[in-house]
Design a protein around this ligand. Structure first.
Ligand code: SF4
Length: 179
């Protein structure tokens, strides 16, 4: 690829740690903005995704809004990347999958320790929770998976620069071991 890559990023049910890791490329961000232009991303606060070459997703799918946003994002992105454990497996938010949704809500808002005003939130503005948290590949096609919690800044940098160079993407062992 010779022209600038148009990149969009999205955070679903995650902690923004993967996006923070992307910012951890430090001064290389200056090189990055020479190579890419950003579409929707928390970095620009653009809320609607336009047609993009690359879409990077952090977080799993926990509620109806996550699902709707992810499906629209997939439609607009030629290449879709699952960034980090939450997008790839559901991660920490998917720990609630051990319980039924009703049991989970009761434990969180009614029966759990230290709850002063028990009651399950039901404001119509709150997105409806799905019965379980899904990794994104269960719901849309995913082209690349970047493991880690979060993937390191160096790993993200290697991925972006090798994708831009158009070559096969490979990582040194130092960037993909988690022991
Ligand atoms: S993979 Fe880790 S760092 Fe990334 S969103 Fe999930 S919990 Fe946060």
């Amino acid at each position: 690829m010779t022209s600038k890559l148009r990149v969009a990023t999205l955070s679903l049910a995650g902690c923004f740690g993967c996006h923070m890791s992307l910012l951890d490329i430090d001064e290389r961000i200056l090189d990055l903005v020479e190579l890419v232009e950003f579409d929707r991303t928390p970095f620009t606060d653009i809320k609607a995704v336009g047609d993009s070459d690359l879409g990077i997703v952090e977080g799993g799918v926990a509620n109806a809004e996550n699902l709707e946003v992810l499906q629209a994002f997939r439609k607009h992105c030629k290449i879709l990347v699952a960034m980090g454990a939450c997008a790839i497996t559901g991660g920490i938010p998917s720990m609630r999958n051990q319980l039924g949704l009703g049991e989970c809500l009761m434990e969180s808002y009614v029966n759990g320790p230290g709850i002063l005003n028990p009651g399950i939130p039901n404001d119509p503005e709150i997105p409806l929770l799905l019965d379980k948290v899904h990794p994104i590949y269960e719901l849309v096609r995913v082209d690349y998976f970047l493991p880690g919690c979060p993937p390191s800044a160096d790993m993200l940098w290697t991925f972006l620069t090798e994708l831009l160079a158009g070559g096969p993407i490979g990582f040194p062992y130092s960037q993909i071991h988690f022991d």
